[in-house]
Design a protein around this ligand. Structure first.
Ligand SMILES: Nc1ncnc2c1ncn2[C@@H]1O[C@H](COP(=O)(O)OP(=O)(O)OP(=O)(O)O)[C@@H](O)[C@H]1O
Length: 225
């Protein structure tokens, strides 16, 4: 069973159709790139996948749960349990350290997880993403690529099954973007599925599957070697 299954998804804003007939199946540990011209609806589609927005019609199954039938409260609960989200500019608190920013999502947890487990997870991820030496540095002193890696670790702190990334490398130069991409690809080994909206051919090249979003649905591209 795929982790994500979208069937005939359509989205309208005030009666105007953004897209329709969107079908997508995302396996565990798979990275997916969604391309498409500006304004076609990539962010809207990712917001739906991230549980931030409702579909107008169609079915969205995530890990066996039907998100298309849920109200906003239940969607928020699924988001907390199963979905991580990053965008082009991960919002950070500049005067706090990288580590303090990473644990912000845990401030709002009713049930606190064992802090040894959290510390271990942050250590592992920060070594993996090569920012372990920066954990106690203030965010305002870090580069864009370093901040983006802090953002990815923060989005993974609650061990989501799915990471939704809206133009995660859009504000970075190619070299830094590649480092961030490598980090995202590393998540596959832990079974996390990643869906990335991007304009970048380089980003798409590093994903397992690439799709073009059109008004009539998603079209899979064949990858050339
Ligand atoms: N909340 C909203 N209310 C009304 N219209 C919206 C809303 N959000 C998005 N839209 C419209 O939906 C369309 C798709 O927008 P979206 O941001 O998803 O496109 P995109 O493909 O991500 O664009 P870009 O590549 O430029 O970021 C646009 O025409 C936009 O104006």
């Amino acid at each position: 069973m795929p982790l994500v299954a979208l069937t005939s998804i359509a989205k309208e804003f005030k009666g105007s159709t953004v897209f329709e007939n969107v079908d997508l199946a995302v396996g565990k540990g798979t990275t997916i790139a969604i391309k498409g011209k500006s304004g076609i609806g990539k962010s809207t589609l990712l917001n739906i996948v991230a549980g931030l927005e409702k579909t107008t019609s169609g079915q969205y199954m995530l890990d066996g749960e039907d998100l298309s039938q849920m109200n906003l409260n239940d969607l928020s609960d699924v988001r907390k349990r199963k979905i991580g989200y990053i965008s082009q500019h991960s919002p950070m608190i500049p005067k706090l350290t990288a580590l303090e920013n990473i644990v912000v999502p845990l401030w709002f947890e009713k049930k606190r997880e064992n802090s040894d487990n959290i510390t271990k997870r942050i250590e592992q991820l920060s070594y993996l993403f090569e920012i372990n030496h920066l954990l106690h540095h203030k965010i305002e002193k870090l580069s864009g690529g370093e901040i983006q890696r802090v953002g990815i670790i923060r989005s993974l702190i609650k061990e989501p099954r799915l990471l939704v990334a809206d133009e995660p490398t859009g504000a970075l130069d190619d070299e830094t973007a590649l480092i961030v991409l490598m980090c995202l690809n590393e998540l596959k080994t832990g079974g996390v599925s990643v869906i990335i909206a991007t304009h970048s051919a380089m980003v798409a090249k590093h994903c397992d599957e690439v799709y073009q979003l059109t008004k009539e649905g998603l079209i899979r591209e064949t990858l050339s070697c």
